[in-house]
Design a protein around this ligand. Sequence first.
Ligand SMILES: *Cc1c(COP(=O)(O)O)cnc(C)c1O
Length: 362
Amino acid sequence: MTLSIPDYILAIDPYVPGKPLEELERELGIRDSIKLASNENPFGSSPRALAAIQQTLSNLHRYPDAAAYGLVHRIADKLAVAPQAIVLGNGSDELIAMIARVFLRPGDTALIPQPGFQMYEIMVRCCGATTCGVPLAAMTTDLAAIQGHITPSTRLIFLNNPHNPSGTIFSRADFERFLDALPAGIVLVLDEAYIEFVRDPTCPNGLAYLQCGKPIICIRTFSKAYGLAGLRIGYAMMPSNLAELLHRIRQPFNVNSLAQAAAMAALEDDAFLAKTIEHVHAELDFMYAYLEQLGIGYFKSQANFFLIDVGKDANAVFEALLREGVVVRPMTSYALPDFIRVNVGLHHENVRFLEALSRVLG
Ligand SMILES: *Cc1c(COP(=O)(O)O)cnc(C)c1O
């Protein structure tokens, strides 16, 4: 059988996910390993969210609320945006896919920071469009360079603040300059997956620009600060005319009922969120100080993870740490071959990682 597959599908490199801990442990014959590779919440999920899931279990034979009325209104109240401005996704990954499908045709271009979150490129290429990667400058999103790469084929720009994997941010002043110069006809996507962890007061809040008159979409997620990565739920805020477009292609039941219930409860659990953020800040400072004592380079981060300069092949360091039972993310595939990315774990996990790293780096 001869299938005719679009060239742009064949050109996509499959996403390589991290191996589950259980599989790694079996392969390496180790136990009690720790995972600091996917920017997950070290405290697990909000207990209120877990209780809400329990209560929803008896209704799993019902389809979820296609409009997610309760959750949309809870988010609207909390963030002071109109319910018509909100679109939910099966993780923000799905929102990125929906945005690409709505705004891109084959031949169009999307600008993305490079290195950057790999989902942007995959979703853009699924539409037959192409990405243009704009290098970071000094490990920070280079807004002036992105502006300089705009061409008549540019339809979409993805920004990610704080940026994954660098952990750095661009400032409100730089962002406003960029926004002022943004030509009409380009949709700006501001992915704020880590916004809850930001300490730097110069960081812009995407929600403040939804009414600036330009097409801007602000994406956030329950996967990181709220500890619900396994449930898959993200949310996006945008002018309501853009939301209407996304709703046309949104699968009606894209957010399952457990995710809706858990997210509603998690939004109410201010204590869990505050505890998470406080812990991340304290532990980042602890880890920075430890690395400084060892003379190991790193980048200060506004997220719940940071980059460490291991000064040699990151894959080799990754493998050596694995044998110590510590899973981190080597940045080789992000064209940062000397860097690993590590997220904040529980205190004893961070200590174990730092001790293992100092052994591995000698
Ligand atoms: C983790 C992450 C997300 C969130 O993805 P979900 O699909 O919501 O789990 C989005 N953008 C970036 C840059 C991320 O690192």
